[in-house]
Design a protein around this ligand. Structure first.
Ligand SMILES: [Zn+2]
Length: 401
């Protein structure tokens, strides 16, 4: 006979669940927690006392209830005291944020990156240098409880190695270990694919917060994706799943960085749009260049309109395939795809009407990212907080050691 969960297991689980409510939903009264978690008042009181003692939350009287009787205390995350470092390594930019419990961006730094080379030493040096500068500005009673990075590439499950990253020029790079060593915080650095993490960010605190089946398409130089099915991110056997950008939509089409032809990324990504719009010769690239084309189309520029329309057709075809297979409730367009979608929504909808099956299409909603360009960074922060939410006792032990 297998033993059931111990009292300690139950407490651990409940502490994590309560902290998750406060972290994702913001300040909440004890009475609301009692109702949401289905636990009795004394259990909620004991759990909030433990989390308060650990310095993870604090309890306050509500401002004005307007009701007679003793008001229920409000539980708030200790956003200014408990934080993580979130890193974002994109083709064109590096970003670091210090993010407080509750998802508050407390500090943020960004710089341009040269997309044509990947120097591990230089890159981790820049990122850890930014983090050190931020740390120097923090008060003494603050505590860093985790670190994680979003990278534009395929990340091996478990060890933070960037297995492939054609748009970063990275290949078999032990990124997580090296960044952890350079940070010197005594904390590991979790690493995830940027589009996967952006999908989780939109799912936990963005446009898909109440949605269980969501597909997120992230556009940067390439196209990435995250598929959330039944509330869980589909990672696949080795963690490389969800590479929506390499779904072939046009066999024999444009060459792709992955070695194949006609991938969604090759037909819809930055290069496809800028070439069709005749902007590559002018040396333009990056998010701003894409946004310039969308703006030109909006003003009536015929060449820009045709380029956007062509890209929108391929995008719609790709989305139709995804909708047929996964039957998502919403499809979210993020990064530069937000702009591309807004400029080509008619084409996307036409392709959906032609190729998506009616039952999957009927209740489908197309949305743009609520978190915008911060989605990848917010996703990295959520990855860094994940172990704290899974086991606040472990953090409690460390903080009070
Ligand atoms: Zn490809």
């Amino acid at each position: 006979m297998r033993a059931g969960p111990s009292q300690e297991d139950i407490r651990r689980h409940n502490l994590g669940a309560l902290l998750r409510h406060v972290h994702l939903g913001g300040p909440i009264s004890r009475a609301e927690l009692t109702a949401k978690m289905g636990l009795n008042r004394s259990t909620i009181m004991a759990l909030t006392s433990d989390l308060t003692a650990a310095g993870l939350v604090r309890e306050e009287l509500p401002r004005e209830t307007g009701r007679a009787g003793r008001p229920s205390l409000v539980v708030r995350p200790e956003s200014a005291k408990v934080y993580v470092f979130a890193f974002d390594v994109g083709p064109d930019r590096l970003a670091v944020a210090r993010v407080g419990l509750g998802g508050v961006i407390l500090d943020r730094k960004e710089c341009v990156r040269d997309r044509d080379r990947f120097e591990l030493d230089e890159l981790t040096g820049t990122l850890s240098g930014f983090a050190r500068q931020m740390r120097r500005k923090t008060r003494e009673d603050t505590v860093c409880v985790g670190a994680a990075a979003a990278v534009s590439g395929g990340v091996r499950k478990g060890d933070g190695v960037i297995k492939f990253g054609p748009n970063l020029m990275a290949d078999e790079v032990p990124f997580g270990d090296e960044l952890a060593r350079r940070l010197g915080l005594g904390l590991p650095v979790s690493v995830g694919n940027d589009a996967n993490l952006a999908a989780l960010a939109e799912h936990s605190r963005g446009v898909g917060a109440a949605v269980r089946d969501l597909i997120f398409l992230h556009g940067d130089v390439g196209i990435g994706g995250g598929i959330i099915a039944g509330g869980h991110l589909l990672g696949g056997h080795d963690g490389y799943g969800g590479e929506i950008g390499h779904m072939v939509v046009n066999p024999g089409g444009r060459a792709c960085g992955c070695g194949s032809h006609g991938c969604l990324e090759a037909e819809v990504g930055e290069r496809a749009l800028l070439e069709s719009a005749g902007r590559v010769a002018a040396g333009q690239h990056g998010r701003d260049a894409v946004r310039t084309v969308v703006a030109a189309a909006d003003r009536g520029d015929i060449v820009a309109q045709e380029a956007l329309s062509r890209v929108g057709d391929w995008l719609g075809l790709g989305v139709a395939n995804l909708v047929n297979i996964f039957n998502p409730e919403i499809v979210v367009f993020g990064g530069i795809l937000r702009d591309i979608y807004l400029g080509s929504a008619a084409q996307v909808r036409t392709q959906l009407a032609l190729h998506a099956m009616a039952p999957q299409r009927e209740r489908l909603r197309l949305r743009t990212s609520a978190l915008g360009d911060a989605a990848t960074l917010v996703g990295a922060a959520e990855l860094a907080f994940a172990h704290v939410l899974a086991d606040p006792l472990e953090v409690l032990a460390r903080v009070t050691a």
